[in-house]
Design a protein around this ligand. Structure first.
Ligand SMILES: Nc1nc2c(c(=O)[nH]1)N[C@H]1C(S)=C(S)[C@@H](COP(=O)(O)O)O[C@H]1N2
Ligand SMILES: [Mo]
Length: 247
């Protein structure tokens, strides 16, 4: 076997080079970190990081915008479904007085009862629900496809806009979603969990189920819906999260 010997002076030179490279990287990292932290925030996140999120969004939207989420047999669905988050779900809510408000344009609102929504064609989905905090759970939901709902109420012109906005009855939680994801065949206005009416803490009377997105976008207890070409305000986006939240 051939061995190589390095002379002392060569060794010293290599050590000095290595140290300088290390020092350079350290100084660069130190200043970048400072710069990142002092950067003007955009929607709760330093602007350079926000720009990175938006670049990811455009790449993933192009690559995966239309694919179907994997589904599972009903036997795999959780019987005890986790409850996570209750923002915008005040105790003083009166379900008996609830109607879904669909704002077709300012000053022109449709009021739709739960019975009417239940009378539309039902779609069920069993999929792996994923929360951004790191947990996931296979769960079984039922409701009307958003695209069927749009057709039934003649809202094509509204859905041709870029975004749909959702707000809880008390205004406490709100999300905005691109309409390409809203019109996806697995996106539901959901009123059933495991073949039973949605429990109150899971969003009774109506919640969103949108498997192409993380849990944050699956707004519980929908009060009103509106359409817009500018991004509707979004609760967790305002607190620094990604707007798109795609999976
Ligand atoms: N109104 C409302 N909807 C909400 C939330 C909330 O706090 N309030 N949390 C969201 C988050 S972060 C997740 S992961 C899912 C959890 O749905 P679950 O409680 O049915 O598990 O609801 C989403 N919808
Ligand atoms: Mo979540």
């Amino acid at each position: 076997m051939k061995t190589t010997t390095i002379s002392n002076s060569k060794f010293r030179r290599k050590s000095i080079v290595a140290f300088l490279v290390f020092l350079g990287c350290f100084v660069l990292a130190f200043f970048s970190w400072g710069k990142l932290n002092s950067a003007k925030p955009k929607d709760g996140t330093p602007a350079p990081l926000r720009a990175a999120l938006e670049t990811n969004e455009s790449i993933f939207y192009g690559l995966f915008g239309n694919r179907l989420t994997q589904t599972y047999p009903a036997s795999m669905a959780a019987k005890k479904v986790r409850v996570n988050g209750n923002i915008g779900m005040n105790k003083d809510f009166e379900p008996e007085n609830w109607k879904l408000q669909v704002i077709r344009k300012p000053g022109d609102t449709l009021f739709i009862s739960l019975e009417e929504i239940r009378s539309l064609p039902k779609t069920e989905i069993i999929f792996d629900f994923k929360c951004i905090e790191g947990w996931d759970q296979i769960s079984h939901w039922g409701g009307v496809r958003f695209s069927d709902f749009i057709k039934k109420y003649g809202l094509d012109e509204q859905a041709a806009k870029q975004f749909t906005g959702f707000v809880t009855p008390d205004g406490g939680y709100y999300v905005g979603i691109d309409n390409k994801s809203m019109m996806h065949p697995q996106t539901l206005l959901c009123y059933e969990l495991n073949d039973k009416p949605l429990p109150m803490n899971q969003g009774y009377p109506l919640r969103l189920i949108i498997p192409v997105k993380y849990g944050v976008k699956h707004i519980k207890r929908i009060g009103s819906i509106y359409f817009s070409n500018i991004r509707p305000p979004d609760y967790w986006h305002e607190r620094g999260y990604d707007y798109y939240c795609g999976l």
